[in-house]
Ligand binder design. Sequence first.
Ligand code: ADP
Ligand code: ASP
Ligand code: MG
Length: 435
Amino acid sequence: MQVFKFGGASLKDAAGVKNVASILQRYQDQSLVIIVSAMGKSTNALEAVVAAHAKQTGEAQALYDIFKEQHYVMMRELFEPGEEVFTTVNDTFVEGDWVLEEKPSEDYDYMYDQIVCMGELVSSKIVTAYLNKIGLKTQWLDARDVVATDNTFREGWVNWDKTKANALKIAKPMLDKGGFVLTQGFIGSTSENFTTTLGREGSDYSAAIFSHCLDATAMTIWKDVPGVLNADPRMFDNTIKLDRLSYREAIEMTYYGAQVIHPKTIKPLQNKNIPFFVKSFLDPNAPGTEISSDTEENYPPIVVVEKNQALLHISTLDYSFVAEHHMARLFSKAADLRIFVNMMQNTAVSFTICVPNVPDRIEKFIKDVSDTFKVKSEQGLELITIRHYTEEAIANLKKGKIVLFEERIRNTMHMVVKNVPVIERKEVEIAGSKS
Ligand code: ADP
Ligand code: ASP
Ligand code: MG
């Protein structure tokens, strides 16, 4: 049994759905669990609906209606009028209407999950209906019946024991019946049956959860790029496709922000030694990238740029040393506020951390520790990570940048930088790239 995941980019319109179906046609006799994300950028559209509903701007329903209409446009291209899918999808949309008819919940994250899940629910219904229409027998599975999480809305923590038991009880018998099983990425449910989401871009992680729990022989995520590249192609020219990556390398890249794969994806696969492929839905015959336990010796420099970072410079109000008990308090506060520490450096009297710039959380952090610490925050920064760095690659990446903080550990280099005003990023070449 294999697991395939198709993201928003592959399902952005009716032609995309047809292309996904043509890829699946090649696997018609195989046992497949297919995970789909919301279509195109519809999760962003639903986030806007949630924000409008929370603030009661009066626009939430109109924004939700645009989201619905985009799906109807696509469905009219894929199906004949009167086909059952129109009713099925309409019934799903109504669940969103009900949430919008109520007063907004005080718990923003809870409300977010109840609305944003609509993207995956409708896309999975549309794709299932289309596959059945063209003769690919496909059963629709509600991922919320399998993926069990805690109550952390917007960032549900998976309860692995429950999820494994559910997968064996619910998904496995469906697979045993033959044909494909199609379900949603990104969503799960609490023990009280409230919908949770797993964090933005979490569908890759969902695919890994299903692969792990059902002992898949391989997992493939289908993207709009030829595979994993040594840098983000939206920021750099002359990127190189990596044919093979070790799990370790993939974890390092994604942990520091390589957006091609959700960072939580690799571990569940590595633990069961499940080979993982990143392939192009635009060129399905091409080999893509294989991520496995094999180690590769000759990596080119791999660059990951994480934008929108902040540095927090922390010192004690009484000028005492920053000691272990101080750090314990600072880290525990960061963990409570879900502030993710990307990098840190300490001296006798100061401690500096690099964190994603989420202003409300940072403000709360500064306020909550202000009895003991003075915190100065600096925004508008980037964290650049270079694996397998060369001096040439570092020099190229530093062009046009002011380096505030840098660290080299074995084959990884990190630097926190800010731009010297207006630079043309595409001029920067990564050493070792093809020209
Ligand atoms: P999905 O459709 O599955 O949601 P994403 O858009 O989340 O796909 O991820 C694919 C995108 O990730 C690519 O279009 C590419 O622009 C970007 N990307 C960033 N870093 C890399 C990298 N190192 N290799 C390949 N793609 C990358
Ligand atoms: N639809 C969700 C998002 O856009 C999950 C995903 O695409 O992986 O974040
Ligand atoms: Mg994505």
